[in-house]
Structures are given as structure tokens and as C-alpha cells.
Design a protein around this ligand. Structure first.
Ligand SMILES: [Zn+2]
Length: 111
């Protein structure tokens, strides 16, 4: 059992926010820094995907650039990214970035 650093309420060990005052716990910070690292990896792989597909086919840039911009914007605003969009990312932009998007549950952003 652990306790909220702000209000002293008892917390479940896996709690990321205090149920009483909503104050984030240490685990929450650890979890969000993990998510931030993943976001960064996704952005990098999407940009690499753009460059690679752009160099090899030229035409795909017409959709890889808008897709990359959309993904980066949604990650930064913590907006959910739909499953269809993630699959399109795998197919048309970057396989690695798409898989990372699928692994990261972007629909459970709560803040
Ligand atoms: Zn609290």
C-alpha cells in the first residue's frame, strides 16, 4: 500500500492518479515518460518512412507527408488515433511507426 503525496489518501499499488484528489503519483510520471519516448520513436520512424518512400517512389509523398503531420499533431495534442488510421500508417507510410502506434494504446489518454 502506498499513500498520496498530496492528500495522504491510501492508494492501490498500481494507481497512477490519486482517486481522492486526482494528483498524479510517481508511477504516473514514469508511465507518461515511457509514452513520450514511444511518441518520439513513432515520429522518427514516420519521418524516416516518408523520406524512404519519397526517395524510392516520389508519388507516396502526397499522402505520407499529410499522414505524418496528422499523426505528430494528434500525438502532441493527445488525441486518439483510430485503428484504420494506424493500419494505413503500416501499409502506406512506415511499418515500424504503425506497429508502435498499435502497441501504444492511444485511446486511453486520460489527461
Ligand atoms: Zn490525493
Amino acid at each position: 500500500m502506498k499513500y498520496c503525496t498530496k492528500c495522504g489518501a491510501e492508494l492501490y499499488d498500481e494507481a497512477v492518479v490519486c482517486p481522492k484528489c486526482g494528483c498524479p503519483t510517481a508511477d504516473y510520471k514514469a508511465q507518461s515518460s515511457k509514452t513520450n519516448g514511444m511518441c518520439l520513436a513513432i515520429k522518427i520512424f514516420m519521418i524516416i518512412g516518408c523520406v524512404v518512400s519519397g526517395l524510392s517512389f516520389l508519388i507516396p509523398l502526397a499522402w505520407t507527408i499529410p499522414m505524418t503531420v496528422t499523426v505528430i499533431r494528434r500525438l502532441e495534442n493527445h488525441e486518439p488515433i483510430g485503428l484504420a488510421f494506424k493500419i494505413c500508417t503500416i501499409l502506406f507510410c512506415s511499418v515500424i511507426a504503425g506497429i508502435l502506434l498499435l502497441c501504444m494504446d492511444t485511446n486511453t489518454y486520460d489527461e
